[in-house]
Design a protein around this ligand. Structure first.
Ligand code: IMP
Ligand code: MG
Length: 187
């Protein structure tokens, strides 16, 4: 029996490209509640601007925001560092910029996954230059051993092996984003 059958996504059960389920939906959701509590405590008495990185972080932002017991604002950015392949191009380009002015805001960049760390290093530097009061990072998934030193991730959900994963916002050529769990994609 395919391990995907433990989920409710029946269309995915018969997809031969989907391998092991690394994180079940319930495991993801309980981690997000935990992260929300820690973030609420760390920023107590303040308000927070969540900056989601489109499109992958969409589901994570939506769930994390509801787990944070503070006044929260949202904004979104879209950057391109990958095409339709699974390899990084090494180039980060802002496709959609923020709508908001960051002056004096406590900014939390919300990313679904950190692989090489290239996208995030670029974003942190870019947002820090906009007079924010603080800029921190919350990443749901961090791939083992891939990040350049100096990249500071304040909040990490899970450290995963360096394999290509899909689901819970993560795609391969725009597919699989709506899976409620995270699974390995087999090429
Ligand atoms: P980085 O710049 O190498 O850290 O790549 C970050 C971005 O690449 C993420 O925000 C994702 O959009 C994408 N990415 C990296 N690894 C994966 C993966 O395993 N599955 C799907 N997308 C990925
Ligand atoms: Mg992303």
């Amino acid at each position: 029996m395919n391990s995907n059958s433990t989920s409710s996504s029946s269309w995915a059960d018969s997809d031969p490209s989907l391998g092991e389920v690394l994180l079940q939906a319930s495991v993801i959701q309980s981690k997000i509640r935990e992260l929300g509590k820690i973030i609420s405590r760390d920023y107590a008495g303040r308000s927070l601007l969540l900056v989601g990185v489109l499109k992958g972080a969409l589901l994570f932002v939506a769930d994390l925001a509801r787990a944070i017991d503070l006044p929260v604002e949202f904004d979104f950015m879209a950057v391109s560092s990958y095409g339709v392949t699974t390899k990084t191009s090494g180039v980060v380009r802002i496709v959609k910029d923020l709508d908001m002015d960051l002056t004096d805001k406590d900014v939390l960049i919300v990313e679904e996954i950190v692989d090489s760390g290239l996208t995030l290093s670029y974003l942190v530097r870019n947002l820090q230059a906009r007079n924010a009061r603080s800029v921190q990072v919350c990443a749901l998934l961090v791939k083992e051993g891939m990040q350049p030193s100096g990249l500071d991730i304040a909040y990490t959900g899970f450290v995963i092996p360096p394999v290509f994963v899909v689901g819970y916002g993560l795609d391969l050529a725009e597919k699989y984003r709506n899976l409620p769990y995270v699974a390995v994609h087999i090429e």
